[in-house]
Design a protein around this ligand. Structure first.
Ligand code: NAP
Length: 290
């Protein structure tokens, strides 16, 4: 396990705060330094013992750090690349954003081909946001996708891999483009559809009666609809090409199912539902290392 002297984390919310918690707990760095948007968040992080020190001025704080993790919303990341480029362009840096093609492209454009940036995305999180939402062992036994591009140095991939594994995660390497295509299917499209499902409850006639007919099935299915709209709007826009591609595939599946329903073909409907259920049942088995 690589131990760092000082790790900096920008954005002490669900992911950044949970990272700080694990780094401290597992002794991965001698010191954890925090940067965030609000002073109150930094004070809270210090009181909770997540960070040892914080800086309001990023340019001052970054100088004594040997590894930086950017855990802000997607829209703020570019600004940090620009600041890093001004004061410490050679720093080892990763991010945790849920989209990768845009971020890796910006890192290459701003920090250069020779930089020490490696993109990553922990497939771990929740529908809650902010420092209040931090979780113990958030990354334990979860996959973290590391997304090198053709300029990423092998030694840096190994360092980032080692970092996530020391938090208990399993790592996989996928190109930024392929990451965004796969996550469109497993995460971005489901979130999009769940938000739309919830819009069905806008019906105003007999609304109370409608709400009293909600069971755990609806609540389980729509849990992710409680997630931050700001965060998800950014993800949908950043990965819209893939999202639109799979939405159109989804529309075709929907049309085929509507046709079966209109025909009242119960045998065909049951056969289809069995084939979908089989896919879901297989997910309950252990997801093996890829
Ligand atoms: P979050 O809980 O809202 O935390 C983000 C934090 O960033 C906020 O607490 C905010 O801190 C800070 N922040 C906002 N703008 C900033 C700026 N300009 N400069 C510095 N700090 C700023 O969000 P999150 O869920 O941790 O998501 C953070 C990143 O992780 C996103 O890129 C997301 O795509 C990725 N991610 C999320 C999940 C998930 O399930 N949520 C999973 C994997 C990856 P203040 O309190 O100081 O305002």
């Amino acid at each position: 396990m690589t131990r760092f002297k000082t790790i900096g984390i920008v954005g002490i919310g669900l992911i950044g705060g949970s990272l700080a918690l694990e780094i401290k707990k597992r002794g991965i760095a001698e010191k954890v330094v925090g940067f965030s948007r609000r002073h109150s968040t930094l004070e809270k992080a210090k009181t909770l013992g997540l960070i040892d020190e914080y800086f309001i001025n990023f340019d001052d704080g970054i100088k004594n750090i040997d590894f930086l993790v950017i855990a802000t919303p997607i829209s703020a990341i570019k600004e940090y690349f620009l600041r890093i480029n001004k004061v410490y362009p050679s720093i080892l840096v990763t991010d945790v954003a849920s989209v990768k093609e845009k971020i890796v492209k910006e890192a290459v454009e701003i920090l250069g081909r020779d930089s020490n940036f490696v993109g990553s995305h922990p497939i771990a999180g929740s529908d809650k946001s902010g420092i209040e939402a931090i979780q113990k062992n958030l990354f334990k036994d979860k996959f973290v996708v590391i997304t090198p591009c053709k300029y990423t140095k092998e030694e840096n991939i190994l360092k980032i891999k080692d970092f996530w594994e020391s938090l208990g995660a399993k790592t996989i390497l996928i190109s930024p483009e392929e990451h965004d295509r796969l996550l469109a299917i497993t995460s971005h499209l489901p979130h999009f559809i769940v938000y739309l499902l919830l819009s069905l409850l806008e019906e105003s006639n007999n609304r109370n009666l409608l709400l009293s007919c909600i069971g755990t099935g609806f609540l389980d299915t729509t849990r992710i609809g409680k997630s931050s709209p700001e965060l998800w709007a950014e993800i949908f826009i950043a990965n819209r090409e893939n999202l639109l591609k799979y939405l159109s595939k989804f529309e075709k599946i929907l049309s085929a199912m509507v046709k079966i329903l209109k025909e009242g073909n119960i045998e065909e409907l049951t056969r289809k539902l069995y084939s979908f259920k089989k896919i879901r049942d297989e997910l309950n088995g252990e997801i093996k290392n890829i």
